[in-house]
Ligand binder design. Structure first.
Ligand code: FPP
Length: 244
């Protein structure tokens, strides 16, 4: 069976879940945070080395002030209360995204949660907050431009927020939309995509296992064909020849 080391999830559908119940959107986000906890445990039980959850995009920052306040309160609550459980399960928390777009208070809580869970070796949980793939690439390229030297794919990877994390093998999007919405644009070049209509608060460990089973049915070719497919990933390798 192909290895699976990293799953990334776009947790979409909280608002619709709440609206369908005649409840405020914030209630959908609360249910979504509960699902994030449940799926983190499920991933850990499956011995998955890395899980990335898209909790807030750079574009989400344009949402109404009350919704952002509710999301920020949820994040603060999550960062303050989830740490003991993350430590217990040997899960290291890492936040990716543009921290300059977060309040000083949130940044402090993130730094403290990251420090407290730094010893976790069983799984990395990357929480994407104020994250945008284009923003990440521009920040990485700017950092390298300041340092000088050649811009290579390998160097760019060392400047991305995801430095050290493997590229996702599988990207799941709940909520029925069929797009990446600026998530892990660089890292998902050869990621298998799995879309489900299930709204995020209704997503379960069973549905996660079904997505993984679907992943195992796929053939990953990394742009190659025939017996070449069996070779390990050619990621970042120079092409062998020109197309003439
Ligand atoms: C998209 O649903 C979801 C978000 C913008 C936020 C995701 C946040 C959470 C799941 C809760 C916080 C998580 C943690 C780990 C603390 P949407 O509002 O776009 O839903 P809609 O498409 O139905 O409107």
């Amino acid at each position: 069976m192909k290895p699976i080391t990293h799953i990334a999830i776009i947790m979409d559908g909280n608002g619709r879940w709440a609206e369908a119940r005649g409840r405020p959107r914030a209630e959908g986000h609360r249910a979504g945070a509960e699902t994030a906890r449940r799926i983190t445990r499920a991933a850990r039980r499956l011995s998955l080395p890395a899980l990335t959850l898209y909790a807030l995009s750079t574009e989400n920052l344009d949402r109404p002030r009350e919704e952002l306040a509710a999301l920020s309160a949820l994040m603060r609550h999550y960062l303050d209360h989830e740490v003991p459980s993350l430590i217990e399960h040997s899960i290291r928390l890492r936040v990716i995204g543009n921290r300059k777009l977060l309040s000083a208070d949130l940044r402090r809580r993130i730094a403290s949660a990251e420090k407290a869970t730094a010893g976790g070796t069983a799984m990395t949980l990357a929480l994407a907050l104020a994250y945008g793939g284009r923003d990440e690439i521009v920040r990485a390229a700017s950092a390298l431009a300041e340092k000088g030297g050649p811009l290579t794919a390998a160097r760019l990877e060392t400047a991305l927020d995801t430095k050290g994390l493997p590229d996702p093998d599988l990207l799941i999007r709940t909520g029925g939309e069929l797009r990446l919405s600026n998530f892990l644009l660089w890292q998902s070049a050869y990621t298998e995509l799995f879309f489900t209509r299930t709204l995020w608060p209704d997503f379960t460990g069973v549905k996660l296992r079904a997505a993984i089973a679907e992943y195992h049915r796929r053939e990953r070719r990394f742009g190659r064909a025939g017996e070449e497919v069996a070779r390990p990933s050619a990621k970042l390798k120079k092409p062998r020849g020109k197309f003439k």
